[in-house]
Design a binder for this molecule. Structure first.
Ligand SMILES: [Zn+2]
Ligand SMILES: [Zn+2]
Length: 256
């Protein structure tokens, strides 16, 4: 593993802890040439709805400052990038982009944790028996990719289906088609793999391969020790081999 674009920090407000610099030190130690920070993007919702899983507006400048300071301090050791993991919430997307573009943002990765707009949607971490939810989820991912703003899709197979594999793959096939058409790599999520969540799902990645999609490993690190942790990287490489995939080392950053 040469690069990781999926790193959270204490600013995310959920389980991530430790400072930006702690993550950088581990990444350098483990021989990465690129470390991208991807805390959950601040979204400005109407009616004062506060999301507790993302960077709070008052912490945003501190997040940016810490990443930029590390970028400068460690520039001879590693390439540090300022990024965000963002959902595609159509009603608020443009405003979110305007807000982050005040800073020298390097990239966005898509992590569709909720349907609709979070305050009126459902959480995609919960498995569903409803194929329509998978279809809606797939449709949201496709529309997000078509904005051209997302460098890659984090855990594209986040929403787990409890029904048949055939139905699932049929509903998810548009994601594979649009990922190939827009050249948006799909992430094999090491957190999901090592924590035994329902993803990455081998059947989905095998299907994506038939569409000519590209793949990338992402740590989804919520602790410094989980940046390119050897045991997790090995599990990722085993997954890739068993599914017959090949992965790219570095992502081409799409302009935000
Ligand atoms: Zn995520
Ligand atoms: Zn994440």
């Amino acid at each position: 593993m040469k690069a990781n674009y999926h790193t959270h920090t204490v600013y995310c407000g959920h389980s991530a802890d430790d400072s930006v610099e702690e993550y950088v030190k581990v990444a350098v130690e483990r021989g990465l040439d690129t470390l991208g920070f991807a805390c959950h993007v601040p979204y400005i919702f109407a009616d004062g709805f506060l999301s507790d899983i993302r960077i709070q507006l008052e912490d945003h400048e501190k997040y940016v400052r810490d990443v930029l300071e590390a970028k400068e301090k460690y520039k001879s050791d590693i390439n540090i990038l300022l990024g965000y993991e963002a959902e595609y919430y159509p009603r608020h997307f443009e405003e979110m982009l305007e807000n982050i573009k005040k800073y020298p943002v390097d990239y966005l990765i898509l992590g569709q944790h909720f349907s609709n707009n979070e305050y009126d949607g459902e959480c995609n971490h919960e498995p569903t028996p409803d194929i329509r939810r998978i279809e809606d989820y797939a449709d949201t991912l496709c529309r997000a990719m078509m904005t051209g703003k997302f460098t890659y899709i984090a855990h594209p197979d986040l929403l787990t289906y409890m029904g048949s594999e055939d139905e699932y793959l049929c509903a998810m096939s548009p994601v594979c088609r649009v990922a190939a058409e827009t050249d948006t790599p799909l992430e094999i999520n090491l957190l999901g793999l090592t924590d035994g969540r329902g993803y990455p799902r081998e059947g989905f990645f095998k299907l994506a391969k038939t569409y000519g999609c590209r793949f990338i490993l992402g740590c989804d690190a919520h602790r410094p020790s989980r940046v390119a942790r050897p045991k997790e990287v090995k599990m990722g490489l085993d997954f890739i081999r068993e599914a017959g995939l090949s992965v790219i080392d570095h992502a081409e950053l799409k302009k935000v």
